[in-house]
Design a protein around this ligand. Structure first.
Ligand code: T5A
Length: 213
């Protein structure tokens, strides 16, 4: 692929959206063509699936349905948006990707990891991020940030996953820490507690290593 694929991962409220935007602005200032996307979502069909997944009313959703819907949204996203953008030499910055499935559906829900890896392979059809930034945060702080954001964006309620018990979010964080250790080449762990600008600089240096390769 001629482009670069960079994903942002971590527990809810870690600051992924904020950092993705800050990195994108920096890359655009350097004249790079940047595509911003997110999972679940990024295409019309995937955004429809997102609504089903995150709707807090869908309390009866079983874990396998959840895993399959995330994978379905991803397959559409990869073929309709990510692969064409990479073939067109663009930088694709994506808020969450396959590692979220491992952390949330694997570590969080306890679905068999081999099954999830096969599901991820089917959904991505060979697309692997060049770099994954994992923003590490105490889930309690992440959830607090989201609650404060919800007050600012008045009227927005917490989604189905954010409403999970704190113990679920702790297992998810353990999942991301495991992923960082298991994939030291692709995944880089950063401390998301730090102030936004300092974190943005740290992330930019990690991206620069990929650019310089
Ligand atoms: N999911 C997703 C799965 O279970 N399986 C999967 O396979 C996939 C792909 C997606 C949900 O789906 C789950 C995971 C998620 O629960 P979402 O709305 O996209 O839902 O959820 P998040 O990705 O968690 O997005 P959030 O917007 O909730 O969190 P972000 O993007 O991490 O945080 P951000 O940047 O919006 O910041 C949150 C608040 O904190 C402030 C910001 O200003 C904002 O108010 N903030 C900071 N404050 C202090 N210091 C900093 N350094 C800060 N950075 C940001």
């Amino acid at each position: 692929m001629k482009g670069k694929f960079i994903t942002f991962e971590g527990p809810d409220g870690a600051g992924k959206t904020t950092q993705m935007k800050m990195l994108g602005e920096r890359l655009e200032a350097m004249g790079k063509k940047v595509v911003y996307s997110r999972e679940p979502g990024g295409t019309r069909i995937s955004e429809e699936i997102r609504k089903v997944l995150l709707n807090p009313s869908n309390i009866e959703m079983v874990d396998r349905t959840e895993a399959l819907l995330y994978a379905a949204a991803r397959a559409q996203h990869v073929e309709e948006l990510i692969r064409p953008a990479l073939e067109d030499s663009k930088f694709v910055l994506c808020d969450r990707f396959t590692d979220s499935t491992v952390a949330y559906q694997g570590f969080g829900r306890g679905i068999d990891m081999d099954l999830l890896n096969k599901l991820n392979s089917m959904a991505t059809a060979g697309i692997v991020p060049d770099l994954t930034i994992i923003l590490d945060i105490d889930p309690a702080l992440g959830i607090r940030r989201i609650s404060e954001k919800r007050v600012t964006d008045s009227g927005m309620e917490k989604d189905r996953i954010e409403l999970e018990h704190i113990n679920f979010h702790k297992k998810v964080r353990d999942g991301f820490l495991h992923l960082a250790v298991a994939n030291p080449g692709r995944c880089k762990l950063v401390d998301a507690k730090q102030e936004m600008e300092a974190l943005a600089n740290e992330i930019y240096l990690l991206v620069k290593e990929v650019l310089d390769k």
